[in-house]
Write a protein that binds this ligand. Structure first.
Ligand code: ATP
Ligand code: MG
Length: 868
């Protein structure tokens, strides 16, 4: 028997061995699903003689992909030249599109291979400009909300016109207009957002038989991890790729489906059996990760969900320490408690000669601040996943924008970002003029500069500044060899139409870009694709405005009344009768008005994208006259743009750290260079690295959101902020399906723990920087853990120093007098959060508690539970 099957239980073996035909492996957390995937890949290569590069494995994060690759290398004992492709969905799509997207071009219209990838910041920039252009107030309609709707529409194959027709209130109509501008801008800039990467790949494979067959032949064995979190386009992609052979193995756990807000669809599991006949279904029942206590605790939480098939896991790791619970008076003290525990843990583990490894998990990124502060106070090093990642730093984004312009000068978003960064005296009026030209003629800002210079449309100083900038980019392009320069020269005559309006001095709604604004605190998030949702809360439209800060998902509650999304390509908008949807107050305008607007929206998209050369390969060795290397290019841009000089002159620690970041980017470029990457590869990589990639597996303490923790394991796990409204998040509390998803998230969090799990909550938590923290209510998930599995850690009398540090006590003294103490004090004595002890049998879950418990300082839970 193959050594690859050693230490595998019979079901796992079956998962490894059943390599022909479709396999659906559904099993709970920690049961070895990911392990089956790596062993299966190794088995295919070693025992079945399958060519490594005909294997395609898809995982959820780049980090997971990298790890999987390492594990496979380790299993097969060597890393051969041909390797399996282990990738995320998005990286896979970029790979396919960079090669074959031009098969989608019709009559010279459509994106070219050198397309740019727009992240959240870029997307927001477009939406903000669109809002200004349309004279809308971005306070009433937040760009993030608009983007959420646009994403929703795109994933349902609804185009702006259809969206407009289906809209039943002014807000939706606005969004339709923004959607139209957004889509046109992307086309004009030869750019795609993350949704497009998937949707366009699906469209490409559907439309081009030749391309489809090429990839079907290429990848004979498909494997997908975390299958429960795939959305519809991902599912379609998998189906298109698996084609005839149907050698697809998907593994997942419906109890860990935590991305439905992003379109992940449980139907993908149900349809799998339908779409692939003779699917072999394998279930794993042994958990190898966690102790029995943890497993039971997590199981009794998720058991409260109705939307599940129901499965039981067992572990041979009997017993284990009880699940710790700590109820702090406030957020600061909660964080200090965690730091204190971690300090003890590290000390103990280190003195036993072992390596400590633990994680602090929370629902929203914002919660990390307090934990970070307290870890710093304790001098404990930590690694934080998410938040402000390297590629989100303003200076790094600036330099990447320079590189994007070198790659594709028509990228107006990149141009707007750096045309005056560092300052070149290009002001608002200049930018407004450029934008107006771009708007009226459909040309890119890059071409608009040329027009402005040729026709002297601006004062000489502005023209000098603009042409100087243009020269810089052209010189950088020239460094990359003739391919770049030629393409651009050829492109110079490609400006589209003549201006149709007199743009200089004309007053329109067009306005300057944000290029002149201070972008130093530009906190973009990586538009959720393979690491988890944006943890910045989605803003709520005024209609249903509601204050929530625990929300991490887009508000998709809005769904225009549209016809069912077409299965195949988008249908022409005439398929839908606008009058059907017009019995709404917002539609009292005459239908002819609406048709006029619609006609305007249907105006053709001007394709001013240049068929630029894809980047010339940049080799490690360079004779004089050879193309520049990536680091050389970055150095040139740093120097010639004046960026470094300005930072140097500033001389502040902040400026210094920015310079360090630019150097780090050059290091990254050096690595890329050594891997033989092109400029385009390098930019793709920067666009695709997600926050979750920042996970440093060697870190002793890792801080991250619950979403980012998927698939990982740690001996010690803290789950913080177990409060109603925070976790479960307030926006899900009225929605049974949303609530079940939160509960699954809780299950994911709890099952990350191998040996010890500690859950904490704060009795008061400050929200929105208000003076007075709000009283909180214990999370219902806490109540769902049987109390016999729980140990109360809330005797902080021996740690009074926490309080001394926090500077608290100023607000009313509702709780500020004493620490909560077991056995009764002004906090209500015993704070066991499970009302009943009867859940020994694992039978029916206890009835839901009245959830105002957290407010009752005087009454113990026991008293409430027994009706006293
Ligand atoms: P999740 O649902 O959290 O993604 P999973 O089902 O993918 O979990 P793995 O991460 O593959 O589970 O495995 C969990 C742990 O159990 C790992 O440390 C793995 O090495 C270990 N493990 C899995 N199967 C076995 C086995 N047969 N013998 C020993 N250890 C195992
Ligand atoms: Mg896994």
């Amino acid at each position: 028997m193959s050594r690859l099957l050693d230490n595998m239980n019979p079901q796992q073996r079956e998962g490894v061995l059943s390599v022909d035909g479709p396999v659906l492996l559904l099993a709970g957390a920690g049961s070895g699903k990911t392990r089956v995937i790596t062993h299966r890949i190794a088995y295919l290569i070693e025992e079945r003689g399958v060519a490594p590069d005909s294997i395609l494995a898809v995982t959820f994060t780049n980090k997971a992909a990298k790890e999987m690759g390492e594990r496979v290398d380790h299993l097969i004992g060597h890393s051969s030249l041909a390797r399996p492709l282990i990738s995320t969905f998005h990286s896979l799509c970029v790979r396919v599109l960079r090669r074959d997207i031009e098969a989608l071009r019709v009559n010279g219209v459509g994106l070219t291979k050198s397309f740019a990838i727009y992240d959240e910041t870029d997307q927001q920039a477009i939406v903000k400009t669109a809002l200004k252009r349309l004279g809308f107030d971005d306070k009433q309609l937040k760009p993030r909300v608009a983007l959420g709707r646009i994403s929703w529409a795109k994933n349902h194959m609804i185009d702006p016109q259809e969206y407009f027709l289906a809209s039943t209130n002014p807000l939706e109509e606005r969004i339709a207009h923004i959607f139209k501008i957004y889509r046109d801008e992307l086309a004009k800039n030869n750019a795609m957002d993350f949704d497009d990467l998937l949707l366009e790949t699906v469209r490409l494979l559907k439309t081009s038989k030749e391309t489809r067959e090429k990839y079907q032949k290429r990848y004979r064995y498909l494997l997908i991890d975390e299958y429960q979190d795939t959305n519809r386009p991902q599912y379609e992609l998998m189906r298109l790729l698996s084609g005839e052979h149907g050698n697809v193995c998907v593994v997942g756990d419906e109890d860990q489906s935590i991305y439905s807000w992003r379109g992940a669809d449980i139907k993908n599991i149900l349809d799998f059996e339908k779409d692939f006949s003779d699917t072999k279904i394998i279930r794993l029942e042994q958990n190898y990760r966690s102790t029995q206590v943890i497993l039971e605790g997590a199981g009794s939480v998720v058991r409260n969900n109705t939307q599940r098939k129901g499965k039981e896991l067992f572990t041979t790791r009997e017993g284990g320490s009880l699940i710790g619970f700590y109820e702090a008076p406030d957020g600061e003290n909660e964080a200090l408690f965690v730091a204190d525990r971690i300090q003890t843990y590290i000390r103990e583990v280190t003195s036993a000669g072992e390596t400590p490894k633990c994680a602090v998990l929370y629902r929203t990124n914002a919660q990390s601040r307090l934990v970070e502060e307290s870890l710093r106070r304790y001098n404990i090093q930590y690694h934080m996943v998410g938040g402000f990642s390297f590629y989100d730093r303003a200076e790094v984004k600036d330099m990447l924008s320079y590189l994007k312009l070198v790659q594709n000068p028509h990228d107006s978003i990149a141009l707007n970002r750096v045309v005056n960064s560092p300052p070149r005296g290009i002001g608002k009026t200049t930018m407004e003029t450029l934008e107006r030209i771009a708007l009226t003629t459909g040309m890119s800002s890059w071409d608009a500069i040329e027009r402005v210079a040729a026709e002297q449309l601006l004062p000489a100083r502005a023209i000098t500044a603009l042409t100087g900038f243009r020269r810089l980019i052209l010189d950088a392009r020239a460094m990359l060899g003739p391919g770049f320069g030629d393409a651009l020269a050829a492109d110079a005559g490609l400006t589209t139409e003549e201006p149709t309006a007199e743009f200089v001095g004309e007053e329109e709604n067009a306005s300057a870009s944000d290029a002149n604004e201070d972008t130093s605190f530009d906190t973009s998030f990586n538009f959720g694709f393979d690491f988890g949702p944006s943890e910045e809360r989605s803003t709520i439209a005024p209609e249903n405005s509601q204050i929530e800060d625990a929300d991490t998902s887009f508000d998709f509650s809005f769904e225009p009344t549209t016809p069912a999304a077409p299965e195949e390509a988008p249908q022409p908008s005439v398929a839908f009768n606008p009058f059907e949807a017009s019995n709404n107050a917002a539609q009292k305008r005459s239908s002819s008005d609406k048709f006029a607007e619609l006609r305007a929206m249907a105006a053709p998209v001007v394709d001013s994208t240049a068929p630029l050369a894809t980047s010339a390969r940049i080799d490690g060795f360079r004779a004089p006259g050879d193309p520049a290397t990536l680091p050389e290019l970055i150095k040139f841009l740093n120097d010639r743009s004046g960026y470094l000089k300005i930072l140097e002159a500033e001389g502040t620690p902040e400026a210094f750290s920015r310079m360090e970041n630019l150097k780090e980017l050059a290091n990254a470029a050096q690595d890329a260079q050594e891997r033989g990457e092109t400029l385009s590869d390098f930019l793709d990589h920067a666009a695709l690295v997600s926050d979750a990639d920042g996970i440093n597996m060697d870190a002793r303490v890792t801080l991250m959101t619950l979403h980012a923790a998927k698939g990982l394991e740690f001996p010690l796990v803290f789950l913080c902020g177990m409060e109603e409204g925070l976790f479960p998040s307030s926006r899900t509390m009225q929605d049974p399906a949303g609530l079940e998803e939160e509960r699954r998230l809780c299950y994911v969090g709890m099952t990350r723990a191998m040996d010890t799990l500690v859950m904490t909550r704060a009795r008061y938590r400050r929200r929105y920087g208000s003076d007075m923290p709000d009283a909180t209510v214990a999370s219902r998930f806490l109540e769902e853990v049987p109390s016999r599995l729980v140990e109360d850690l809330g005797s902080p009398a021996d740690r009074p120093s926490f309080r001394a540090d926090t500077g608290y006590g100023g607000y009313g003294g509702a709780y500020g007098k004493k620490w909560p103490r077991k056995g009764g004090d002004d906090f209500g004595g015993e704070r066991h959060y499970s009302y009943e002890d009867e859940d020994q049998s694992g039978a029916a879950p206890p009835p839901k508690p009245k959830s105002n418990f957290g407010l009752q300082f005087g009454a113990s839970k026991k008293a409430v539970a027994t009706g006293a």
